[in-house]
Ligand binder design. Structure first.
Ligand SMILES: Nc1ncnc2c1ncn2[C@@H]1O[C@H](COP(=O)(O)OP(=O)(O)OP(=O)(O)O)[C@@H](O)[C@H]1O
Ligand SMILES: Cc1ncc(COP(=O)(O)O)c(N)n1
Length: 278
């Protein structure tokens, strides 16, 4: 039997397939890892935004986790959208008992601006889940919400990273620079002792629905395979950059990243068209 590692995503859904659980499972598959999923919230959304949200009862979240962990121990776990403190406590109780590597994408808003986590749950995220994380992957607005630091440049990114590791207890943090201005998309990894930069050229496209989910899922898959944090982030960065380069003009809004983009390396990227092509 081939030695296939498994990874679990605990997150919300995206029926249009670009973000959330669906993006995570596609990414796990592309990274040759067996993917499993536990749903926190059912989200009616598409490339235009979020239309409705229905949270799973906490008892049912617990049952799904029990179904997985009573049977299979994943090599790595990632969390995405977790709407409430109750859900965070339930997930923390399970994660504190497993040896699986834990990656947290602290999802707070959809790209459209719709809140996916209750504002009153941010402190709970820091208290219950951040200390369990081998890696946390905030974007700039999320890092600002977590630390209270106004992030405008590399120095303020690094200051926020230090707070998340030294004060909140994450083992490492990857500060994503997608929301910064400039010609490069630069992320900083801080592991408590040093910073490493992961940089790619900024791609001019509006089709970036699901970049954060795809990135953290790729890193989780590589950690499941036993790679070091630095290697996993390097591979994840290349994977998400290809997924953005070859992103799809699907739908009427911000199209999804292309989870098999890395297979298209060397294929000329199509000019963006503004008519419906699919
Ligand atoms: N236009 C772009 N060109 C190249 N890389 C990008 C671009 N936008 C974002 N990235 C990269 O994509 C990854 C995800 O970063 P981003 O800051 O967009 O995360 P996010 O906001 O959490 O994503 P999401 O909006 O899906 O939640 C990072 O590596 C970032 O540098
Ligand atoms: C369930 C879920 N999780 C995460 C995101 C963030 O992705 P994006 O910011 O690209 O919309 C999302 N839209 N939906």
């Amino acid at each position: 039997m081939p030695d296939i590692k498994s990874a679990l995503t605990i997150a919300g859904t995206d029926p249009s397939g670009g973000a959330g659980i669906q993006a995570d499972l596609k990414t796990f598959q592309e990274r040759d890892v067996y993917g499993m999923s536990v749903v926190t919230s059912l989200v009616a959304q598409n490339t235009l935004g979020v239309q409705a949200v229905h949270h799973v009862p906490v008892e049912f979240l617990e049952q799904q986790l029990e179904s997985i962990f009573s049977d299979i121990t994943p090599a790595a776990v990632k969390t995405g959208m977790i709407a409430s403190e109750e859900m965070m406590r339930c997930i923390a109780a399970v994660l504190s008992k497993t040896k699986a590597v834990y990656v947290m994408d602290p999802v707070m808003y959809a790209k459209s601006g719709h809140a996916l986590m209750g504002e009153d749950s941010r402190d709970a995220l820091k208290t219950h889940l951040v200390p369990l994380a081998a890696l946390i992957t905030p974007n700039i607005p999320e890092a600002e919400e977590l630390t209270g630091i106004h992030i405008v440049d590399e120095n303020s990114m690094k200051a926020a990273a230090k707070i998340i590791v030294r004060e909140y207890g994450a083992k490492a943090v990857l500060m994503k620079g997608g929301h910064m201005e400039g010609t490069s998309a630069a992320d900083w990894l801080y592991d408590g002792s040093s910073f490493t930069a992961y940089t790619a050229e900024r791609i001019q496209t509006k089709h970036t629905h699901g970049t954060g989910c795809t990135y953290s899922a790729a890193i989780t898959a590589e950690l499941a395979k036993g790679r070091s944090l630095q290697e996993a982030v390097r591979i994840g960065k290349d994977f998400v950059t290809d997924a953005i380069s070859y992103s799809l003009q699907l739908g009427k809004g911000n199209g999804p990243t292309n989870h098999w983009g890395y297979r298209l390396q060397g294929v000329p990227v199509q000019e963006e068209q503004h008519d419906e092509v699919y």
